[in-house]
Unconditional design. Structure first.
Length: 263
């Protein structure tokens, strides 16, 4: 039935609007609750992170300004996600160049390191990379580091074939053979080459072309089965004496991070 007057039309319009509002209300409640829940979750997580950072800052002498700068950065990132601001854009609608933003962030970090280097009250007992390095070491690699820290440079040999008649150039048959796995008590001796490569990648060891001072140590090494097998395979072959050392960085790492004198 059609409304017969303006008053009746207004009455039906108000009823329709009220009904639409009631239908939208549950959705609005869910959206508001979701926003509140995400905000509360981030706030709780941020409180825990800031609390733990305050403890670390108190023990390590970290600058409080750096702590609040990090928390402010996290808050900015959270607001970008909450408001669905895409990476490379800004909250005021301006478009940022990702490469320029990344370069600016790196420069800010570099500037902060320079500032801390000039702060006479800032004390860092260990290199910041040590914690990450510990996460990238295998147990056998720690045994190798401890052996090098206790014994000093260790002998290694390359097995090379005899020089060819025409070119007078020898050929590398087996590089970097050593007894370091057996002496360190490694559980997986066949992985020693990979272990040494990883330790070299991390800057903890280096391979010298110079031999160790005691030549008798090479006599024991050159009598090992893997060395004899390589020399037999090469025919006319000889060994080139090398050595494996801890770098100064590796020596400091072992001194600060490893229980060197434990069984």
């Amino acid at each position: 039935m059609e409304p017969s007057s303006a008053l009746e039309r207004d009455y039906f319009t108000l009823q329709s609007s009220d009904r639409n509002s009631r239908e939208l209300l549950p959705g609005l409640v869910r959206i508001t609750g979701g926003v509140w829940w995400r905000t509360a979750g981030w706030a709780a997580g941020a409180s825990l992170r800031v609390g733990s950072r305050l403890v670390r800052a108190a023990t390590s002498g970290e600058s409080s300004a750096e702590l609040f700068r990090t928390t402010r950065s996290e808050l900015r990132d959270y607001l970008r996600r909450l408001l669905d601001v895409r990476e490379g854009g800004s909250m005021n609608g301006e478009v940022e160049n990702p490469a320029e933003a990344a370069a600016s962030t790196l420069r800010d970090r570099g500037a902060e390191l320079l500032r801390r280097s000039a702060d006479v009250n800032s004390h860092e007992d260990t290199h910041p990379a040590y914690e990450r390095i510990l996460d990238e070491l295998a147990p056998d690699e720690v045994r190798i580091l401890r052996l090098l820290a206790l014994e000093g440079p260790l002998p290694a040999v390359d097995v090379r074939s005899g020089p060819r008649v025409l070119t007078m150039v020898s050929e590398l048959v087996a590089p970097g053979l050593s007894m370091i796995g057996a002496e360190a008590g490694a559980r997986f001796p066949d992985r020693v080459p990979a272990y040494l490569n990883n330790l070299h990648r991390l800057g903890l060891v280096w391979f010298s072309r110079e031999p160790v001072r005691n030549p008798l140590r090479y006599q024991v090494l050159e009598a090992q089965p893997d060395v004899l097998e390589a020399m037999q395979e090469a025919g006319r072959a000889h060994t080139v004496r090398r050595s494996i050392h801890l770098t100064p960085f590796g020596e400091d790492f072992c001194r600060r991070c490893l229980p060197i004198h434990t069984a």
